[in-house]
Design a protein. Structure first.
Length: 69
């Protein structure tokens, strides 16, 4: 496993590429081309999990009640 700073830098580059719709990302001497945006999103999620970042998902709960009649 690489150091946290390197992983955060890769995550930032990957998110920028994802946002712009580009499937190719360069990390130093390594050039990675993803098969699809779905595969790229999986890589982003994996790196976020590795870093302990929140997934960014918000969960809403709706309370229900009735008059009991």
């Amino acid at each position: 496993m690489q150091d946290r700073k390197t992983t955060e830098k890769q995550l930032k580059q990957l998110k920028a590429a994802y946002a712009s719709g580009v499937l190719r990302v360069r990390y130093g001497d390594t050039d990675v081309t993803y098969q699809s945006m779905t595969e790229m999103k999986k890589a982003i999620n994996r790196l976020e999990k590795e870093l302990g970042h929140n997934s960014g998902k918000i969960t809403f709960f709706t309370m229900g009640y009735d008059k009991g009649l």
